[in-house]
Design a protein around this ligand. Structure first.
Ligand code: GAR
Length: 183
């Protein structure tokens, strides 16, 4: 059985969906104290907080990435699924080439970056969605595994639209992770 590690920083609702789908999560790793830590604890999944203390330009990204990789290796993780991880760690690809998955709340290659839902609304698109892809060192890039469209409604706010996109991610991401694990 492939040992799956999930990286998260937020409320952890995507992590919850992965757990609820019955995928065997061997480790949850976060970069801060967040909802995902509680969800992991409640699910009885080992959790490691590799706390990021520096959010300035001086942040030693390479050192931080090395620590993350060390922790993943210590837990013998073979496949990594990013589920709203808030720190960019391109170096992870060296340790896990073609073994890092990501879900992004936009139809890539449109609206890369940290505010894809806000940016889609600001642009005025009528359809956005989510993308599950293999991560590469370039942010929000890499071979696309699955995509699904979500219509933008006239009265949408960033929050309402993101929640409808997440409803799709909670189904599409676990489904896609399972396919990769079975491949
Ligand atoms: C998800 O929408 C995920 O696609 C997004 O963070 C959310 C996590 O939700 N990831 C990114 O934006 C990464 N660039 P959650 O905290 O409720 O699980």
């Amino acid at each position: 059985m492939t040992r799956l590690g999930v990286l998260a920083s937020g409320t952890g609702s995507i992590l919850q969906a992965i757990v609820d789908a019955g995928l065997p999560v061997a480790l949850v790793l976060t970069d801060r104290r967040c909802g995902a830590v509680e969800i992991a604890a409640q699910a009885g999944v080992p959790v490691e907080v590799v706390e990021r203390t520096d959010f300035t330009k001086a942040f030693d990204r390479d050192a931080y990435t090395r620590t993350v990789v060390e922790v993943l290796k210590r837990h013998e993780i073979e496949l990594v699924a990013m589920a709203g991880f808030g720190t960019v760690i391109p170096g992870i690809w060296d340790a896990y080439p073609d073994r890092v998955l990501n879900t992004h709340p936009a139809l890539l290659p449109a609206f890369k970056g940290w505010h894809p839902v806000r940016d889609a609304l600001a642009y005025g698109v009528k359809v956005t969605g989510c993308t599950v892809h293999f991560a590469t060192p370039e942010m929000d890039a890499g071979p696309i595994l699955a995509q699904e469209a979500v219509p933008v409604l006239a009265d949408d706010t960033e929050q309402t639209l993101h929640e409808r996109i997440k409803q799709v991610e909670r189904r599409l991401y676990p489904e896609t992770i399972r396919k990769v694990m079975q491949a």
